[in-house]
Write a protein that binds this ligand. Sequence first.
Ligand code: ATP
Length: 357
Amino acid sequence: MLHRRRRIAVVPGDGIGPEVIAVGLQLLEAINHHLQLNLEVVMKDWGATLWLQEGIGLPAGALDDLSANYDAIYFGALGDPRIPDMAHGKEILLGIRQGLDLFVNMRPVKLLDESLGILKNKQKIDFVVMRENTEDLYTFIGGNFKKGTMDEVAIDQSVHTRKGVERIIRYAFEYAQENKCQKVTLGDKSNAISFGGSLWQRVFKEVSREYPSIKADHLFVDVMAMEMVCHPGRFDVIVTSNLFGDILTDLGAGLVGGLGMSASANIYPGKIGLFEPVHGSAPDIAGKKQANPIAALLTAGMMLDFLSVPGVLLAIEQAVILAITNQEVTPDLGGLQTTSEVGQFVIRETIRCLLGE
Ligand code: ATP
């Protein structure tokens, strides 16, 4: 079957970003070849080097180009010790998230192999966090008063809009319905953060009534963090605001093998999506061939899933499980393999699985 052409913009970025994305691209190439997907990849050199050499973060016209000419963005990581305030990262990554209104940040928390679990209780861990991706403290509204003095005041505003809260909650319920999940759990801090908390509470109750077959559950976010550790098996879909989601998903990554295992998607349903591993540029291990590529490989699988290519994500997961059981893993998972060696193993096993071998 000849598939319609799908264009993917690839932003390897900084630090270990290019190392893990190189492996991800080899996986995409192999899948493209075997399944004849008609994928076209276009490289973008956005990142610290372009910023430092030419003062360019997100080039003029990039957002229009992305939304008009691409189906997805495959993203590595941004972050460089030479740019301590991450100014380029804010312009590029937050610029894309905000500019393309990618309001869903979806982060699966799935323990693929028991050996990676750190909890004594050995519960099944398989849930997904839907983090609101465009509001809250990440609108950078605020300022300083008497900056640099002993009387300094610093204010960051947490913004929650009716539209923003409703669409992420609705997406969480839609996802739950489509994926036969039983429950959506809201994580908020409405007992202490009155105005935004109340909005999340009211909208959650309202939207949940439209989905009577899905249980609507609620936890204060501090209790939710504890429950993710004590009873992770109770969660199906979590929906939460931007800052809480940021923190909870790193906790989630810790439960399933660390940052090298966690994939994520930034989505505006029906439009373009940006797919990136949860980890950052990890300058401490950049250039040492130690970066775990599994997060980037699972991310590529999520991207193909989003592009309506069925079965690939599952095949990648099976290959990753095999890599873990065979100790074909990088040092963060206790192995001795390099980024590229792990990549070759997972790519080979993914293709085998897809071809039914
Ligand atoms: P940034 O500023 O870009 O977010 P960071 O080092 O502060 O970078 P992360 O890159 O998210 O934050 O990583 C935190 C630590 O986790 C790293 O120092 C690194 O040791 C480890 N780590 C992250 N990603 C990976 C990976 N893919 N493989 C192995 N270790 C990783």
